[in-house]
Design a binder for this molecule. Structure first.
Ligand SMILES: Cc1cc2nc3c(=O)[nH]c(=O)nc-3n(C[C@H](O)[C@H](O)[C@H](O)COP(=O)(O)OP(=O)(O)OC[C@H]3O[C@@H](n4cnc5c(N)ncnc54)[C@H](O)[C@@H]3O)c2cc1C
Length: 294
């Protein structure tokens, strides 16, 4: 399969009303770069254009933005008239509309990558353009979460910012399963990010979150929200839906990155997948996402 869609297809998809709905094109002005944990950098900044947007755009507990960072070799940039730029998706760990400020928490992973290069050289005063925020699912009361059940959050480092933002705004989180790059978890510090929840640290394996879920009791009323490495999350999904038979509406699972693939590889495969589905008269849903080969 050719996994590089042509420029016409890419631009039609990315500029469609459906894709652009609710998105803003804004700039993030960096005010500080710190470490929350040895494996997690925090980039704090101002978003000057935030004041001109609808405050409701920023109120959801799980918001993602697509940052435009430099990468001379990116394969998607030239297709959309932005050679030298690649897009990477990050969660807004905190947002304050009163001061037009936000924090983005970035896993410092071992690979050489556009995001790691950008982070290494980053200093206050630097700016980065982004589009967003885009709401991503969270097990809030508005979603089809059984009010009688418990909510479990499963996250690796990349989903730690999303899981902790959700835990701060959804009071009913029973359990948080964490698979972190730090194998010496500082439990006391992490628990402050998940008020009221029981924290379980996953063991070491290729699918740590799925393996930890296998040891967790999840009756039919419970809800599982999970995000992280795609194949681990695929295993969480299979366990939740096929073995545990939880209702689909109570299984919210998302691949945030794929081992051995770049964010651009994922974007191109997804664009190709969406184009194929549209040709078949279908729309891509979160449920279908795992059908796409990345
Ligand atoms: C909705 C959403 C929200 C996200 N929120 C966050 C967030 O808040 N914080 C965050 O850190 N990430 C987050 N991610 C994941 C992030 O977008 C990816 O990790 C991204 O690929 C990193 O870009 P990069 O340029 O560093 O590496 P890439 O160029 O994409 O990849 C280079 C290499 O690094 C590996 N790699 C990428 N990410 C990781 C990782 N986390 N751990 C180990 N190896 C990795 C790849 O497999 C590849 O081999 C989110 C993703 C999505 C879809």
């Amino acid at each position: 399969m050719n996994d590089t869609p042509d420029a016409t297809t890419v631009n039609a998809l990315l500029n469609s009303d459906r894709h652009r709905a609710g998105l803003n094109d804004l700039t993030f002005e960096v005010t500080s770069v710190t470490r929350r944990y040895p494996w997690l950098a925090r980039v704090s900044g101002r978003i000057p254009g935030m004041a001109d947007t609808d405050p409701a755009d920023w109120s959801h507990p799980n918001l993602a933005v697509r940052l435009a960072v430099p990468d001379a070799d990116d394969a998607l940039g030239p297709l959309i008239g932005q050679a030298g730029i690649c897009r990477r998706v990050y969660t807004l760990a905190n947002v304050d509309t009163a001061s037009s400020t936000a924090d983005i928490d970035i896993v410092v992973h071992g690979s050489t990558s556009p995001m790691m290069r950008w982070l290494t050289g980053l200093t206050p005063g630097d700016t980065v353009d982004f589009s967003g925020p885009r709401p991503h699912p969270a097990p809030t009361g508005q979603d089809a979460v059984d009010p009688a059940g418990r909510i479990h959050l499963l996250a690796d480092g990349s989903a730690y910012p999303a899981a902790s933002a959700i835990a701060r705004s959804v009071p009913r989180i029973a359990t948080v399963v964490l698979a972190l790059p730090d194998r010496d978890p500082q439990a006391a510090a992490y628990s402050a990010d998940f008020p009221g929840a029981q924290i379980i640290f996953a063991g070491e394996s290729d699918t740590p979150l799925a393996d930890a879920l296998a040891d967790l009791d999840t009756p039919a009323t419970d809800t599982v929200w999970a995000a992280g490495e795609r194949e681990d999350i695929r295993a969480v999904r299979a366990l939740s839906l096929k073995e545990r038979k939880l209702p689909r509406s109570q299984v919210q699972v998302f691949g945030y990155w794929r081992r051995g693939k770049t964010g651009t590889d994922t974007d191109l495969a997804r664009l190709q997948g969406v184009a194929r589905m549209q040709a078949e008269g279908r729309e891509l849903t979160a449920d279908d996402d795992f059908e796409i080969a990345i």
